[in-house]
Design a protein. Structure first.
Ligand code: OXD
Ligand code: MN
Length: 591
């Protein structure tokens, strides 16, 4: 089935271990996809949605215990535990292999083993990397076809390049106690069992394109990041690209396809990617980014005509929905889509609107090919990727973090990224709304020790002469009454306009200890119903609260011991020094 010996041998080994009834090498064709859909409709793994309103759309209802990423069951298995770092759960490779191989034994009896070759990134890009997922889930195969360049072309590239990431996946018995997502970066291998949920089971995504790729990227001198990539075209037709990292379910998809406010006539938004960016230093000294994915696996709740009209439009056809509710006439439904009361909840039971429960699961998802999005950029298919003008970090924080600020240097920006904190969301199993540190939005995804990772980020300064500026944003600031101060969504373009102005050395800013804040009138608020008081609150900082925050950040960094880069320590000390009361006094005296 393949000329690649390593691949053929590995498939044979897996067949021996898992004992599938049949083996299917996937070619990625439309016919193959349709056959899989038909099969899943027969077994009940998929339910047909209203084909008049939503042609080619289907619903998958997952096992109710399998609805999100399971960080507590996710391991990085490096030879030395320090290489995985305190940011990961670690298991010795031999122990991890033994543990999961015991679960894989005979796991595919009565099932088909699908061999899924895939390419992360444009098929001919030198920055793309390939993998093969062996899975017994047709749902995974159908999703991988939307999310990656999957099939014959990927296999041809693997046969040309010789190398690929090995990803073994089985649904197992779906029992949470027999669920593990193991990564072996030194072997470029992944073993995932017991879950069909996207983040655990579509191995090209988080497992390969972030955890394994971040490890490879460090060795090869590039970055694999949890970032959207968006192009902003001004009325003169110039396009500038921004890469932005936000924790899961914090609006990356919305930002990647935002609609400019009416006052921004002549502006256009181009979506390159909504979740992952691979960044390389170009010959010109700039950072160039590709989106390794070919589709969107987005959070459905909150996606509506007000918040993300581009997404609503692209979901009207050829989409696989997971754990959404359905309406009386069998259309997909979720909170934030319309005021209609759905007929069935995400488990398929009649929905009782008086129960106070959500009808769609809060982490219900859509899987859709990226080229269905009206704002999809043709540059997303470019082998070179796109040049990045600005990097933005952000988190979901009710208080403290201003709407936007700019780091004073690359090293300071790395520290800003390293100290990102955000409230947890439904994308991972666990309590929602708890503030946790999520450096570079990579807490669940960095495949190695964060100390080494920050060192790698810092080292780019030696290799890239024209690095982007780094910013931090917070769309989620609230007032005392618990209302959002900033309208968000399309209006975020106002903030991005200031970001890009700063990159061209124009936007007005005021220096503060934590970075450059927009000057009072620097953000265009024309046509926006926002009080000067709210705006003032959004772009100012509370010094005592920031002193406390820096103490907290320093405490967080301590766990990385001798892996923590000294250069970051110096940045931390500098900011703390500038925030201290004596620094304020000194500044006042010299004024
Ligand atoms: C995602 C996530 O699904 O970050 O993108 O969990
Ligand atoms: Mn994500």
């Amino acid at each position: 089935m393949t000329k690649n010996r390593a691949l053929a041998e590995w498939v044979n080994e897996v067949v021996e271990l898992t004992q599938p009834d049949t083996i299917q090498w996937c070619d990625g064709s439309e016919q193959e996809y349709q056959t899989l859909i038909e099969e899943m409709l027969t077994t009940g793994e998929l339910v047909e949605l209203n084909q008049q309103t939503h042609p080619g759309c289907y619903l998958h209802r997952s096992d109710p215990t399998d609805v999100a990423r399971t960080e507590h069951l996710t391991y990085v298995c490096t030879a030395k535990s320090e290489d995985a770092g305190p940011n990961n759960q670690w298991m010795a490779p031999e122990e991890a292999h033994a543990k999961v191989d015991a679960l894989f034994e005979g796991a595919m009896r009565g099932r088909t083993l699908y061999v899924v070759p895939y390419c992360m990134g444009p098929i001919d890009s030198p920055f793309s990397r390939c993998g093969v997922e062996l899975t017994d889930s047709p749902y995974v195969v159908a999703n991988m076809r939307k999310m990656t360049r999957m099939g014959s072309e990927a296999l041809a590239r693997i046969e040309r390049d010789g190398s690929f990431v090995k990803g073994l996946h089985s649904l197992g018995d779906l029992h949470p106690e027999r669920r593990f997502i193991m990564h072996f970066p030194e072997e470029l291998a992944i073993k995932s069992i017991g879950s069909g949920y996207g983040g655990n089971a579509l191995l090209g995504k988080k497992c390969h394109a972030l955890r394994i790729a971040s490890w490879q990227a460090r060795q090869e001198g590039w970055l694999a990041e949890h970032m959207l990539i968006v192009g902003i075209e001004n009325p003169q037709g110039e396009v500038r690209y921004i890469a932005a990292a936000f924790p899961s379910a914090c609006g990356k998809t919305n930002m990647a396809m935002l609609i400019p406010p009416t006052q921004f006539e002549g502006y256009k938004i181009w979506t390159v990617g909504d979740d992952i960016a691979w960044l390389h230093v170009g010959h010109d000294g700039q950072l160039w980014a590709i989106n390794p994915e070919a589709g969107f696996f987005g959070v459905a709740p909150g996606t509506g005509v007000e918040t993300n009209p581009n997404a609503v439009e692209m979901l009207n056809r050829d989409t696989i929905f997971t754990n959404v509710a359905v309406t009386e006439d069998n259309q997909p439904w979720w909170e934030g889509l319309s005021n209609e009361i759905p007929k069935l909840d995400w488990t398929g039971k009649p929905y009782d609107a008086t129960s106070g429960k959500k009808a769609a699961h809060p982490n219900s998802r859509f899987t859709v090919a990226a080229n269905q999005c009206r704002s999809y950029s043709s540059m997303a298919e470019a082998d070179t990727g796109v040049p990045i003008s600005a990097i933005i970090f952000g988190g979901r924080r009710k208080s403290l973090a201003p709407l936007v600020y700019e780091a004073k240097s690359w090293a300071h920006g790395v520290m800003v990224g390293a100290s990102v904190a955000s409230e947890t969301t439904a994308a991972a199993v666990g309590k929602v709304g708890v503030v946790r540190r999520d450096p570079m939005a990579m807490k669940p995804f960095c495949g190695y020790n964060f100390g080494d990772y920050w060192g790698h980020w810092l080292s780019l300064e030696q290799r890239a002469a024209k690095l982007p500026k780094i910013f931090h944003v917070n769309w989620f600031r609230q007032n005392e009454a618990g209302h959002f101060l900033w309208p968000g969504f399309g209006e975020n373009l106002r903030v991005l306009q200031w970001v890009l102005a700063r990159c061209e050395e124009t936007g007005d800013a005021i220096e503060s200890p934590i970075g450059w804040l927009p000057d009072k009138n620097a953000i265009n608020t024309e046509g926006l119903a926002i009080s000067p008081n709210a705006m003032e609150q959004l772009v100012s900082i509370d010094i005592p609260a920031w002193q406390q925050e820096m103490q907290d950040i320093a405490g967080f960094f301590e766990q990385f011991n001798d892996r923590f880069p000294q250069q970051l320590k110096r940045e931390l000390d500098r900011v703390m020094g500038e925030l201290s009361p004596t620094a304020k006094k000194k500044a006042a005296n010299s004024a």
